[in-house]
Design a protein around this ligand. Structure first.
Ligand code: NDP
Length: 285
């Protein structure tokens, strides 16, 4: 039986429409317009597209977007000075530093310079710690989007076996924490995991965040499982595919996300959501 599709594009659109209404209400009631500062250093074409899409999404939701494009030659201290300025700017409620940064800049130093109160990406150690303590302020956008997609199915997460493939700080680890906090029994797999297919077949929920095209095949999936594909991989023929072999997996899974049109649009919706939540917190101070 073919799996139900979890349509990230449609879900993200409905969330963005609600955000647009909430933004208008915040402006009316508290005279506050949420503001996001996006900082892009260098000429990486993929990063430029991501920032452009995020800016356009802000515009549609009524969120003020301040795009800061800096040359690849920007020094670390110049970038830190810009972040300090944004940290102090009352029009800005969220700061996004698009990764990757040029090699001469230490990303760790930069991400720690963003005020935890404006850290809409949820990458600052303070916000990571709050997530670990099950008392989050900002949850990183992609993991937050993954949870919304799983929740949208309307099935209980509690007691389910979840397998996360990938242990990065920005996807795998926070997704594992969120699923654990939702009372799933969580296993995190990585490149040193032995017999990954056997581990994966035990999962009621599979989250693939690897960065390898079509890595998760039909034989690795338990019948009826929820399969969330975070991967974005460009094939030689130009096609964009996920980490899951969608055509095979959809015959075995109960629910599955497509690529494109799955987790990607949800990541942007969650960025807007985090910016709105931040503006509300500032308004209530
Ligand atoms: P990273 O490269 O940081 O992490 C990849 C993880 O996959 C690592 O933990 C690595 O293990 C694991 N891995 C690699 N090869 C294997 C293997 N053969 N078997 C098992 N595990 C393996 O990637 P990210 O987490 O940043 O991103 C993952 C994917 O998600 C990418 O395709 C990225 O483009 C996409 N992405 C999509 C987003 C969206 O909005 N849709 C947002 C962010 C990312 P180890 O730790 O042992 O090296």
């Amino acid at each position: 039986m073919a799996a139900h599709l979890i349509d990230g594009k449609a879900l993200a659109l409905s969330i963005r429409e609600q955000i647009g209404k909430d933004v208008a209400q915040l402006a009316e009631q508290a005279n506050v317009t949420p503001g996001l500062a996006a900082i892009l250093v260098g000429e990486d074409p993929a990063s430029a597209i991501y920032v452009k899409n995020k800016k356009a999404a802000c515009g549609k939701a009524g969120i003020y977007a301040d795009e800061n494009k800096l040359p690849a030659s920007t020094s670390q201290s110049e970038l830190l000075a810009l972040i300090d300025k944004m940290n102090a700017d009352p029009k800005i409620h969220g700061i996004l530093v698009q990764l990757p940064l040029p090699k001469h800049i230490d990303s760790k130093v930069i991400l720690e310079a963003v005020s935890p109160e404006k850290d809409v990406d949820g990458f600052h150690p303070y916000n990571v710690g709050r997530l670990v303590a099950a008392d989050p302020v900002f949850v990183a956008c992609t993991p937050k989007g993954v949870m919304k997609m799983i929740e949208s199915i309307g099935q209980p997460i509690e007691g389910k076996r979840a397998v996360i493939i990938g242990r990065s700080n920005i996807v795998g680890k926070p997704v594992a924490l969120l699923l654990m906090h939702a009372n799933a029994t969580v296993t995190v797999c990585h490149s040193r995991t032995k017999d990954l297919p056997t581990v994966c077949r035990e999962a009621d929920i599979v989250v693939a965040a690897i960065g390898r095209a079509n890595f998760v095949t039909r034989d690795m999936i338990k019948e009826g499982a929820i399969v969330i594909d975070v991967g974005i991989n460009r094939l030689e023929d130009g096609r964009l595919v996920g980490d899951v072999d969608f055509e095979g997996a959809k015959e075995q899974a109960g629910w599955i996300t497509p690529v494109p049109g799955g987790v990607g649009p949800m990541t942007i919706a969650m960025l807007l959501q985090n910016t709105l939540e931040s503006a509300k917190r500032f308004a209530n101070k």
